[in-house]
Design a protein around this ligand. Structure first.
Ligand SMILES: Nc1ncnc2c1ncn2[C@@H]1O[C@H](COP(=O)(O)OP(=O)(O)O)[C@@H](O)[C@H]1O
Ligand SMILES: [Mg+2]
Length: 454
């Protein structure tokens, strides 16, 4: 009922009451009373009207406030009645679906969504009687009929008596979020790929030198086996001619003469050590191949106990043995030192450090590399020192930067220390540092825990 209707009603009621009184009372005092009553009723009416106008202004203000809040919400807002028919939407929804609020008000909720979601949305009105719907991914129908992905929450709406009167859907477009996530993923993948390539190219660069070292290592046991096999072959010929004489029925005297001439007794004594030696050589070859396999696939490393002494020795041998100018390598460490960690990574780091030291020593007098291992506070500290030129003072901090190299193109990649640093700190839970020695030369200190993860 409007304000004017209300006033009219009041006045009509008043006049009726006045009329009644006029009929019933005819003396003057009664008239005065009537007029007084009229005055007071009129004053009431004026007061009612003022209050009503105030309330109305407040209502208007509240309405505008709510409208301004709704229209500035960047999330999508849809209000529907209990039957699932749209009552109100905000600008964010209009923008997303390219339709005006007037166009869709009164239509069923489901008409806003892509066909795949219609059934689900039609169930909303029923669903919210028993609970809310959270973070549900659906697709609105965009301006060109395309799907506009959106994550929605749907909650029941109650009237002032606490009765369920409809539902409210708020939603956040997923398109932007998805695109940003996708971009991030792709960048991350590209970065990872680039990093893998870096690691690979450094490995290839040091592989050339390593192969020479390994070939050299293999040479020893193999030539040993060769030598033994040649001796055994000669023995076989002598044995065969001795046996032939026996088979031909040579008498005892002739046999004895042949026995001492062919040195059969010596020969029999030699056979066992020759075979033992060959087996040992073959085992050594097997070990080297096994080492090579273990160290060349550090990506499939497992954390397990290994002997650091063996790894240090192998790294030093492989790097230095095949170099034209072979530096003296002095290793000072416990005979055996068990580490529980990643053997392949430790080996790769040591190979890098020793290779760098050997490079720095090229063309210098009395080249020498000192490797010292000490245990302190459940950590092994490996120092690799050389008596080369050291690192230029302004470069000490840069040697771990990727691509920092002072070596000619084709010789240095500048990745050895960068990769070693990452392996040492991230994979081995250790540290790697560089410094110059007071007496000249460089020192790299690689520290790692005896127990990884302890
Ligand atoms: N023992 C060392 N003595 C002097 N300089 C060194 C030593 N080790 C590393 N460097 C310096 O650090 C640089 C980076 O080493 P590294 O990352 O292994 O890359 P690369 O060996 O391919 O140059 C080297 O080019 C060299 O200048
Ligand atoms: Mg290097």
């Amino acid at each position: 009922m409007t304000r004017d209707n209300l006033m009219e009603d009041h006045l009509r009621g008043l006049l009726e009451r006045v009329g009644d009184q006029v009929d019933a009372v005819s003396d003057e005092s009664a008239w005065i009373e009537v007029i007084q009553r009229m005055d007071s009723i009129y004053a009431d009416i004026v007061r009612y009207q003022v209050e009503l106008e105030e309330k109305n202004a407040n209502l208007e203000e509240a309405h505008q406030f709510i409208q301004s809040v709704i229209s500035s919400i960047s999330d999508v807002l849809i209000v529907a009645d209990i039957h699932g028919n749209i009552q109100q939407v905000n600008g964010a929804l209009e923008g997303l679906i390219g339709r005006s609020a007037a166009d869709i008000t009164g239509a069923p909720l489901a008409t806003l969504f892509m066909p795949d979601y219609v059934d689900m949305v039609e169930d909303f009105a029923e669903h919210i009687r028993t609970g809310v719907i959270n973070d549900c991914e659906v697709e609105l129908t965009g301006p060109g009929g395309e799907g506009a992905p959106i994550a929605i929450n749907c909650t029941p709406r109650f009237d002032h008596d606490g009765r369920l009167s409809g539902l409210v859907i708020t939603g956040r477009p997923l398109g932007e979020l998805r695109r940003a996530y996708q971009d991030l993923r792709e960048t991350h993948d590209r970065l990872q790929m680039a990093q893998q390539q870096l690691v690979q190219s450094e490995k290839m660069a040091s592989l050339g030198q390593l192969v020479a070292g390994v070939a050299h290592e293999l040479n020893n046991p193999i030539s040993f086996v060769f030598g033994n096999m040649h001796a055994l072959k000669r023995y076989e010929q002598r044995l065969a001619s001795y046996l032939q004489a026996i088979h031909d029925g040579a008498d005892r005297e002739a046999r004895e003469a042949l026995r001492s001439e062919l040195k059969i007794d010596r020969l029999l004594q030699d056979i066992e050590p020759l075979i033992e030696g060959s087996l040992e050589g073959a085992e050594r070859v097997g070990e080297i191949v096994e080492d090579l396999r273990r160290f060349s696939t550090p990506n499939q490393q497992q954390c397990q106990p290994f002997d650091l002494a063996r790894v240090v020795n192998t790294a030093a041998d492989w790097v230095t043995k095949a170099r034209r100018e072979r530096p003296d390598v002095c290793i000072d460490m416990p005979v055996e030192l068990t580490i529980n960690g990643y053997e392949g990574y430790v080996h790769q780091i040591l190979v890098n450090l020793i290779q760098n030291a050997a490079d720095a020593l090229e063309g210098r007098n009395d080249p020498r590399i000192d490797i010292n291992v000490a245990v302190d506070n459940r950590r092994a500290r490996i120092r690799v020192r050389d008596n080369g030129p050291g690192i230029a003072t302004d470069q000490v901090l840069r040697v771990f930067d990727p691509f920092f190299t002072t070596k000619p193109v084709g010789k240095g990649t500048g990745l050895g220390l960068y990769i070693s640093y990452n392996l040492a700190t991230e994979q081995c839970a250790g540290r790697l540092g560089a410094a110059n020695l007071p007496g000249g030369g460089a020192e790299f200190v690689f520290e790692l825990p005896l127990e990884h993860g302890a």
